[in-house]
Every structure is written in C-alpha cells, then in structure tokens.
Design a binder for this molecule. Structure first.
Ligand code: URA
Length: 206
C-alpha cells in the first residue's frame, strides 16, 4: 500500500471481515495527504455507510463545528476510523473487526506521518493505550511509539450531554497550541500556508 488513495481503493473492495456483508459502502479515511493532524474515530454510522464518507452524520456535523472553532476545516486534516464498514445497528466494533482493519490504519498513519493524532472516543484510545478509560486519558498529549497522541471524547458522546460538550470543546481548543509546540520541538519543520490557522470562528451550534 503506497498511497492513501491506494488504501481507499483496497478498503472499497475489502472482504477481510463479515462487516463487508452488511455494508452499503465502505468508508475509507479522507482528507489532506499533507495533514498535520489525523483524527481517528470508531466506525461508520448509517449516514457514513450511505455516503461512503467518514463523519457526515450528526457527529460529523459537530466535528465540523469543532474544527471551525479552531479555524480549521476538513481539507486541512485527515479523518480515519478504527473500522471502515458499519457495524450492524451501530453496535461496538468487535476486536476481530478492528484487527481486520488494522493494517489499513497502520499504513495510513505511516504514510501521513502526522504531527498529532487525535483519538476520538474509547476505541481509538484503546489502539494506543489499551485498557485506559477515556475520562482519565482525555485532554493530555502523550507519546506512543514516537507519535504524539491526544485522546479526546467522541463527538457523538458529546452531542447531547452538556458537560461532555464543554469538555470536548475545551480539549479541541488546545489543538492549535499543541501543534505549535510540535513545531518548536522541530524548528526546521516547514510551516505551510495551509497550516496557518485563521482566527477561530464562533461555534454556531450552541
Ligand atoms: N462515528 C465515527 O466514529 N466515525 C464515523 O465515521 C462516523 C461516526
């Protein structure tokens, strides 16, 4: 697998686990191949399965709002999932299903080589820090295998609960600062036009 596009093509045709039997569309990762931030969610829901794109349902709308709140948009980031096909009735993905998609995710991370990986929710947290609880891990950047991981809550969990919404918004607000810290540690890294974030917009949803 030599490019993100090649991975996407393989994911569309993938039959590595039984989730392919119930899918309308597989949902490969999406975004800029030059993204400095990679978000990793859980798996497609009903809207994502219909459209073949990650985070296009209600949780995705919230993710868009969160990105806008820090002056970013989808074109500047990369969004992937632990599993690329929708689990039936949106049940939790099984370990075997996560395992069947693992090589795609590993290679996406390698090819993208992001400065920061933001895990959304407990399943992607578990990929880097197995067994940890999201409420303890959230909001702290840590290194794992030479990569900076920033666990935050899943936007779907935060959709309808005020206190979770506040905490995910607060954690999101720190992303630009965390990215800037990454650059300081590596002063030779080039800062491209696309990474220079415009001033934050107001969140319109709330
Ligand atoms: N939730 C996820 O974790 N991923 C998606 O793509 C959509 C909703």
């Amino acid at each position: 697998m030599n490019s993100l596009e090649e991975i996407a093509q393989l994911v569309y045709r993938c039959t590595n686990c039984d989730l392919h039997l119930g899918r309308t569309n597989a949902v490969p990762g999406e975004g800029s191949p030059n993204a400095k931030v990679m978000f990793i969610g859980e798996g497609p829901g009903v809207q994502e399965d219909r459209q073949g794109r990650p985070f296009v349902g209600p949780a995705g709308q919230f993710l868009d709002e969160l990105l806008a709140s820090i002056g970013m948009n989808r074109g500047q980031v990369y969004i992937a999932n632990m599993v690329n096909c929708r689990p039936p009735q949106n049940r939790d993905p099984l370990p075997a299903e996560i395992g069947a998609c693992g090589a795609y995710l590993d290679r996406q991370i390698e090819l993208l080589d992001p400065s920061l990986i933001v895990t959304l929710g407990r399943f992607s947290l578990g990929r880097f820090f197995p067994g940890e609880s999201i409420s303890r891990a959230r909001g702290r950047v840590r290194e794992k295998d030479g990569r900076r991981i920033y666990p935050i809550m899943h936007p779907a969990a935060a959709l309808y609960r005020r206190e979770m919404r506040d905490s995910i918004m607060e954690d999101f607000r720190r992303i630009p600062e965390i990215l800037a810290q990454g650059r300081q540690q590596n002063p030779e890294a080039e800062i491209s036009q696309e990474e220079q974030t415009p001033p934050p917009e107001q969140l319109s949803l709330f």
